[in-house]
Design a protein around this ligand. Structure first.
Ligand SMILES: NC(=O)c1ccc[n+]([C@@H]2O[C@H](COP(=O)([O-])OP(=O)(O)OC[C@H]3O[C@@H](n4cnc5c(N)ncnc54)[C@H](OP(=O)(O)O)[C@@H]3O)[C@@H](O)[C@H]2O)c1
Length: 347
């Protein structure tokens, strides 16, 4: 089968296309289903994710953790709702991945029916950004999840989303705007390059701020957002952007980041485990997490997409034979849209 492969070393990864990669084999659980992959989504930074380089889990370094396609084979003891030829989409566990190939095995709990209104390519772009956004909002920052009713007396929550124009950021913007949390509306401040502000307003952002807002000024963008003015920061940009975003959060707020590379406090088990930005602000919660597969949430996302509440991500499609070009494009900052590789040409 055709499979995209990353040739090491990890510090200098090279993307290649293998036209005769062996077909995958199921794991020992006997519970996996086989997906004929139609499209696979690319997250630029996944080439740095340790799971791709694990000699145990992924010795041939086939990337890919999100796919859409059809069920090709069900496991013998399967009693769930899916049937062979059903159109599905999935996020694969980071320990297994290998989705950028013509066939991949997935666990039933990772898979959901594809949104009916989307093409394969649009569906393949969604699982990681949508699940990351959902987990950040409704499992990490506010574990009580979205609430259906609003209390008219309560003032809205105000949140800052960094990297807002990207795949994860634009899903955070939409899910936040279309939900209530603890009975409160959510107001979104989106931090993004100026060229993306119109797009973010269309997605529902209440305010847009440019990273370069104040290049000739002593004030940074964090002053435009407002010092200690937001209840939560959702960071999909990392680095210097995250470091500056701390100033915007209230003393009882929460900072959630998913961006790569993770901040030192996310990985350090020693003295670096506490962010230096927390000094004197013990009430600020801080969270870094790695997204988990969740077919049940993907079903909810499919519903939100099909009813028109959440818009799909813009995608840039490449045929599998242009996989190298696809990866080159995916790694460019400022590109418009998430990159998807099609293993089956669109009908
Ligand atoms: N921990 C997890 O489980 C998890 C899950 C998914 C993604 N991630 C990570 O989260 C980050 C965002 O992912 P994504 O798929 O949303 O990426 P993306 O689509 O490439 O979006 C990233 C956005 O960040 C902005 N940005 C700010 N500073 C940047 C810089 N120095 N270089 C490039 N972009 C910059 C860009 O916005 P402008 O063009 O407006 O400047 C861009 O739209 C990545 O680091 C990704 O690896 C982590």
């Amino acid at each position: 089968m055709k499979a995209i492969q990353i040739i090491g070393p990890k510090s200098e990864p090279t993307v290649s296309l293998n036209g005769s990669h062996p077909l995958p084999t199921p794991d020992s659980s006997g519970s996996e289903l086989l997906i004929r992959v139609h499209s696979a989504g690319l997250t630029a930074d996944e080439l740095t994710w340790p799971e791709l380089w694990s000699p145990v889990h992924n010795p041939t370094h086939v990337p890919g953790f999100e796919v859409s396609g059809v069920v090709a084979e069900l496991p013998p003891a399967y009693t769930g709702p899916l049937a062979v030829r059903d159109e599905v989409y999935a996020m694969l566990h980071l320990d297994r991945g290998k989705g950028q190939a013509e066939y991949v095995y997935a666990r039933p709990a990772e898979v959901a029916c594809k949104p009916r209104s989307l093409s394969s390519a649009q569906a393949a772009a969604l699982p990681i950004p949508a699940l990351t956004a959902w987990e950040a909002l409704f499992k990490r920052a506010w574990p009580s999840g979205p609430s259906s009713s609003s209390s008219s007396s309560s003032s809205p929550l105000r949140v800052l989303v960094t990297g807002a124009s990207g795949a994860v950021g634009s899903m955070v913007v939409q899910l936040a705007k279309n939900s209530k949390v603890m009975g409160k509306e959510v107001q979104v401040v989106a931090l993004a390059s100026a060229a993306k502000h119109g797009y973010l307003r269309e997605l529902g952002a209440d305010e847009t701020v440019d990273y370069h807002h104040d290049d000739n000024d002593t004030d940074g963008w964090e002053r435009k957002v407002g010092i200690k003015s937001v209840d939560a920061v959702f960071d999909a940009a990392g680095g210097e952007v995250l470091a500056r975003a701390w100033a915007t959060v209230k003393d009882d707020g929460v900072v959630v980041t998913v961006a790569d590379p993770p901040p030192a406090w996310a990985t350090d088990k020693g003295p670096g485990a506490v962010p230096k930005e927390l000094e004197g602000r013990p009430g600020v919660r801080y969270i870094y997490f790695i997204v988990s597969p969740d077919g049940e949430t993907l079903s909810k996302i499919a519903g939100l997409i099909d009813e028109g509440t959440v818009k799909p991500l813009p995608v840039v499609e490449f045929p599998v034979d242009k996989a190298v070009e696809a990866w080159d494009f995916a790694r460019q900052r400022g590109r418009q849209g998430k990159v998807v590789v099609n293993f089956v040409p669109a009908a």
